[in-house]
Design a protein. Structure first.
Length: 468
């Protein structure tokens, strides 16, 4: 490894390796940009002067610059200098590192929203107005079920958008669905001591883990093309994702919704409805929440993580009347309250229809991203039959099934990691890995806009290489 100060034109300190000239220049510049050492707008030496300084051919430097331009790290305009076009502190960094310790260049893992898209100014405006109008009593310990402003705004919003039957009194504010599940686990331990809960198989591993850590025994809830099927299970509750099953992407059929509710009534069981991205169907109107079919049996759980940000940490439960007191009292001891600035800010955002506008904008963006992903997969399917996207078009992730005769999911994830692309295998969602068809769960919400094309190209490269 050598370090060079270039001596003409502009100075640039960059670590390079003689044996992998282009790749090492690319890596060195990328790391310098991602770490903020080369700030947004910094002018780089021309390819000619850098090539002279390094004693390399100009083509090698140009190739490295071109790759960084297509990845969104650099900007070049005809006739003017190449500059850094990436702001690491805002929208683009992926904090964790690859197994080899370098930062991820591309990320298609599910579960995150575009980091750069939080509407800071708008949020501050709504929060400011809400706090200025709040009565002095708002700044006390408050009701552990949440502020009346947010619960009232949510009751109206959820009725209008998700078909939910709720009064503000049946709503409990949480710090997102994950916290809501720990809360419900504590409630179930009181109301159904010694009983188990069934979580979807495949299903969201993190929530399975959260429930297990809360001390509830867990059994698998089978999922087929109609959604989760609880027949034959003897459990106190099931956790389901009816609008957009995670990860298979199926929407629960009307017949299965009816049989699920009938099963719950027949077994005196509760249904916890995880509606994480219920508003974000992007090919047609979303199906109404299951809660509307059985408000006495279904605990509805929603979140602002998908439409606003997972960092804001706010969600909501709509609870059957018979459970309102127990859930509220349990929340008093677990969390007490989501902070007042978030609650009042969100109430203002919802009641001024800014939440609707944001959901609508996200749907449009995700529809476009899905189409680009789907176009890539169509070309891959021609060479590798059996590779296909499945599930409805909703939210920010889609399962990609892989030809069973090909390399293992783990091999593909490892191969992708070697070029800085983060992927998640479908097996992560299974109660028993290996028991479901092989695939990847592609989260297309995360990359910044200008990185999306390059991210899909990286995915295409990895899949072609692995299946060739
Ligand atoms: C299936 C599912 N439910 C819920 C959530 C959101 O959880 P939280 O509200 O705790 O952010 C996610 C986030 O990725 C999810 O994948």
């Amino acid at each position: 490894m050598a370090e060079f100060w270039t001596t003409s034109g502009l100075d640039l300190l960059v670590a390079t390796q003689r044996s992998r000239r282009r790749a090492s220049l690319e890596d060195g510049l990328r790391q310098a940009i991602e770490s903020g050492r080369l700030a947004y707008g910094t002018r780089l030496p021309s390819s000619r002067s850098l090539a002279d300084d390094l004693g390399w051919s100009r083509g090698t430097v140009t190739a490295a610059y071109d790759q960084l331009i297509s990845d969104g790290y650099l900007h070049a305009r005809q006739g003017s200098a190449t500059v850094v076009g990436f702001r690491p502190d805002r929208s683009n960094t992926v904090a964790e590192a690859t197994p080899s310790g370098t930062p991820w260049r591309y990320d298609l893992r599910p579960g995150t929203t575009p980091i750069g898209s939080f509407p800071v100014e708008e949020w501050l405006r709504h929060q400011g107005s809400a706090l200025r109008d709040a009565p002095p009593t708002a700044f006390g310990y408050g009701d552990p079920a949440g502020t009346i402003e947010l619960r009232t705004a949510l009751a109206a919003y959820l009725g209008r958008v998700r078909g939910i039957r709720a009064s503000p009194e049946t709503i409990v504010i949480t710090a997102g669905i994950t916290q809501a599940l720990s809360l419900l686990a504590a409630v179930l331990r009181q109301t159904h001591p010694g009983r188990t809960i069934a979580t979807e198989d495949p299903g969201f591993w993190f929530h399975r883990d959260a429930l297990a850590r809360s001390g509830l025994p867990i059994v698998p809830l089978p999922v087929d093309q109609e959604g989760a099927d609880p027949q034959g299970l003897d459990v106190a509750a099931v956790l389901v994702t009816p609008a957009h099953q995670y990860p298979t992407g199926v929407t629960m059929s009307p017949a299965r919704r009816r049989s699920l509710v009938a099963w719950a009534r027949g077994n005196d069981a509760l249904i916890i409805e995880d509606d994480y991205d219920g508003e974000l169907r992007h090919d047609r109107r979303p199906v109404p929440a299951l809660q509307a079919d059985a408000p006495d049996r279904v605990i509805f759980a929603g979140t602002a993580s998908k439409a606003l940000s997972p960092a804001v940490r706010v969600g909501w439960l709509v609870v059957p009347e018979a459970l309102v007191d127990t859930v509220g009292q349990t929340q008093r001891h677990l969390l007490h309250n989501v902070d007042i600035t978030t609650q009042l800010g969100l109430a203002h955002v919802i009641s001024h229809h800014a939440y609707d506008q944001r959901v609508r904008a996200i749907r449009v963006a995700y529809r476009r991203r899905y189409q680009q992903l789907s176009a890539l997969v169509s070309t891959l399917t021609e060479s590798f039959p059996g590779m296909r996207l499945v599930g409805v078009r909703a939210g920010g992730q889609a399962p990609l099934l892989l030809p069973p005769a090909g390399p293992s999911e783990q091999d593909i994830v490892a191969s992708a990691a070697s070029e800085g692309l983060a992927l998640e295998e479908l097996a992560a969602s299974s109660h028993t890995p290996g028991s479901h068809p092989p695939g990847l769960l592609l989260g297309y919400a995360h990359p910044a806009d200008h990185r999306y094309h390059a991210t899909l190209q990286a995915l295409g490269r990895v899949l072609r290489r692995e299946f060739a």
